[in-house]
Design a protein around this ligand. Structure first.
Ligand SMILES: Cc1cc2nc3c(=O)[nH]c(=O)nc-3n(C[C@H](O)[C@H](O)[C@H](O)COP(=O)(O)O)c2cc1C
Length: 267
């Protein structure tokens, strides 16, 4: 796959992967290419932890499933993140960002805007939405052939130091390198962030993976070969929309439109 195609086709995989393990040479290729990512002063502050053992993946899936259910039941998620949710194609087109809740059981569809709102928590709990989401999250993580954790060394990742910010920027670069390589190999990825959102849950993963105190586990992904026939999760979202360069970029000074290379057909 060409680089430009990988950049354009990289997507978060919300659905299940094919069950077979990822080929060892593909895992190594992903990690070797990841090692070429830029970092401040070439500090390479990241370390990778590859989890394939079925029992360990199951334990992490238990934590991920519980986290999703607890997070949804508490209503915290909607209060924290409702501004990112879109409920119609018109909203998607208007904002060109956020995530569109475009797949759900018919029973929820008519009330979607209300149910997925900070006030809709009780209804959502009545409709068993947290349980469904928790079950889906559990299944997705448990059935993923590989989980990948990335840590940053605490010597660099210090919140009160510039190196803290630099190491997080470096983490972004290494994640994108991994994601593009995975895409080129037909491997999908999804962040597993919900355990970070519920008190005590991320620490359970840190303990399970025996991450030492001088390392901070910052991200966890699930990976597997993408399945073209995949069924979407019961409640699902999509987010391929992007803002145009015209909206994203300025020239020389803030607010002055960047017009170079623009399609001359456009006004
Ligand atoms: C820091 C960070 C955390 C994220 N956490 C999650 C997550 O917990 N679950 C998930 O499915 N996607 C997560 N995402 C993925 C974004 O939702 C996704 O990248 C965005 O909607 C654009 O969609 P795309 O990746 O398909 O292009 C996360 C992305 C970032 C950068």
């Amino acid at each position: 796959m060409q680089l430009f195609d990988a950049i354009r086709s990289r997507r978060t995989s919300n659905g299940a992967f094919q069950p077979q393990p990822i080929a060892p040479e593909h895992i190594r290729q992903i990690l070797e290419l990841a090692s070429h990512a830029p970092s401040h002063f070439n500090s390479q502050p990241w370390r990778f932890i590859v989890v394939q053992d079925q029992a360990r993946r199951q334990q992490i899936a238990d934590i991920a499933g519980d986290s999703m259910r607890l997070l949804m039941e508490a209503g915290t998620f909607w209060r924290r993140y409702s501004r990112y949710f879109r409920f119609s194609q018109a909203e998607v087109e208007q904002s060109a960002d956020g995530i569109y809740l475009d797949n759900m059981p018919a029973a929820i569809k008519p009330f979607v805007r209300y149910v997925f709102s900070p006030k809709g928590g009780a209804v959502m709990n009545k409709l068993q939405v947290p349980r469904v989401l928790g079950k889906d999250a559990h299944k997705l993580v448990a059935s993923s052939p590989l989980l990948l954790g990335i840590t940053l060394t605490r010597a660099e990742y210090q919140e009160d130091q510039l190196s803290g910010m630099y190491s997080v920027i470096s983490l972004g670069a290494v994640i994108q390198t991994i994601w593009l390589t995975a895409t080129a190999l037909g491997i999908g990825m999804q962040f597993v962030s919900t355990p970070m959102e519920v008190e005590g849950q991320w620490e359970r993963i840190v303990e399970l993976l025996q991450i030492p105190d001088d390392q901070a586990l910052l991200v966890l992904f699930r990976l597997g070969y993408t399945d073209p026939k995949v069924k979407r999760p019961t409640i699902d979202w999509s987010s391929p929309q992007r803002k145009s360069v015209d909206e994203l970029a300025f020239t020389e000074t803030w607010g002055t439109p960047f017009t170079q290379g623009r399609d001359p057909e456009r006004s």
